[in-house]
Write a protein that binds this ligand. Structure first.
Ligand code: AMP
Length: 299
């Protein structure tokens, strides 16, 4: 089944202690859409400016991503730049230039309103809400977010998460949202805000799913070398939702396997700058890593 993804379609300038790469294809929606495309047909909702390179549009197309909801707007594409320390868990945002995102109003093509699976990837929660408003009875809606929105748009975020089936956030964000230092104790507090499913990402230490039938602890795929972790979180949730949209039967039953697939696509993302590595991955390579991960966690 189809998966609709809204989020940022960006140009990213990324600096690590070992290399620097300007104006790569980035953005929450780009990472999520490519990650999801290994498993399901993807519909991308976003906005790009006049400086958005044609080669990046071709990359989306190569992955079969439907661009009927991608607006070409006058002005510059959203540009984000960040710098990593030697410990790549530590990142500093150097600049966020909103560009066309400031005027972006998501508008779904009529035929997309009935899309069953929806990923509200990281973007202002008011825009995520505008996409939800245009949908007719989606089967499963997941929202991703970031600390910025907890800090500057908490009211909009709280309004949004009352309306979604699942919320994905990292451990720091979970603590901040629940005002609770212990993640396990934070989970029921986040459920009270609306979502039936809460997924907490813990980077290289995996993730926790809290669902109506209890907890699931998922490992991250172990990597010897991380080149650039930008977009790993977006790839995780994109892979997860792409996989889920490809399955039949109960969401709760399929969600655990979906999380493993998300972890694996995120691991590929970390092995190259921007989308360079993920772009070259095959479904067979994903399946191999999922099997390895299953073996590593079998007990
Ligand atoms: P992650 O590494 O998973 O946190 O995601 C990084 C991606 O998020 C980059 O590709 C950025 O372009 C994008 N990004 C950075 N800041 C924002 C923001 N304020 N809103 C939405 N996307 C952003």
């Amino acid at each position: 089944m189809s998966l609709l993804i809204v989020g940022t379609t960006a140009l990213d300038s990324i600096k690590t202690p070992y290399a620097e790469n300007p104006r790569l294809l980035g953005g929450s929606a780009s990472h999520a859409a490519v990650a999801a495309s290994f498993f399901s047909p993807v519909r991308l909702v976003g906005g790009v400016g006049e400086d958005f390179p044609a080669k990046y549009l071709n990359l989306y197309r190569r992955h079969g991503i439907d661009l009927a909801g991608l607006q070409h707007l006058p002005g510059k594409t959203f540009h984000w730049s960040g710098e990593y320390e030697v410990n790549m868990n530590n990142r500093r945002t150097l600049a966020t230039e909103l560009g066309v995102i400031e005027q972006f109003q998501p508008a779904l093509p009529a035929a997309w309103r009935a899309t069953p699976f929806v990923l509200l990837a990281n973007i202002a929660p008011a825009l995520q809400g505008q996409v939800l408003d245009q949908l007719t009875r989606p089967r499963f809606v997941v929202a991703d977010t970031m600390d910025l929105w907890l800090n500057i748009a908490l009211k909009d975020l709280l309004k949004l998460i009352r309306r979604v089936d699942a919320l994905v956030l990292n451990d720091h964000e979970a603590r901040q949202l629940a005002q609770e230092d212990n993640i396990i104790a934070a989970l029921p507090k986040i459920h009270k805000l609306g979502p039936r499913y809460v997924i907490v990402k813990k980077g290289e230490h995996g993730s926790i799913l809290s669902a109506p039938h209890g907890l699931f602890l998922a490992p991250a795929y172990p990597l010897r070398k991380v080149v650039d972790p930008t977009g790993a979180g977006d790839s995780f949730v994109g892979g997860l939702m792409g996989y889920l949209a490809s399955t039949r039967g109960s969401i709760e039953r399929n969600l655990r396997r979906a999380i493993l697939h998300g972890s694996v696509v995120a691991s590929f993302c970390c092995e190259g700058f921007g989308l360079n590595r993920t772009d070259k991955v095959t479904r067979a390579a994903v399946n191999t890593r999922v099997r390895e991960l299953e073996k590593l966690a079998r007990y």
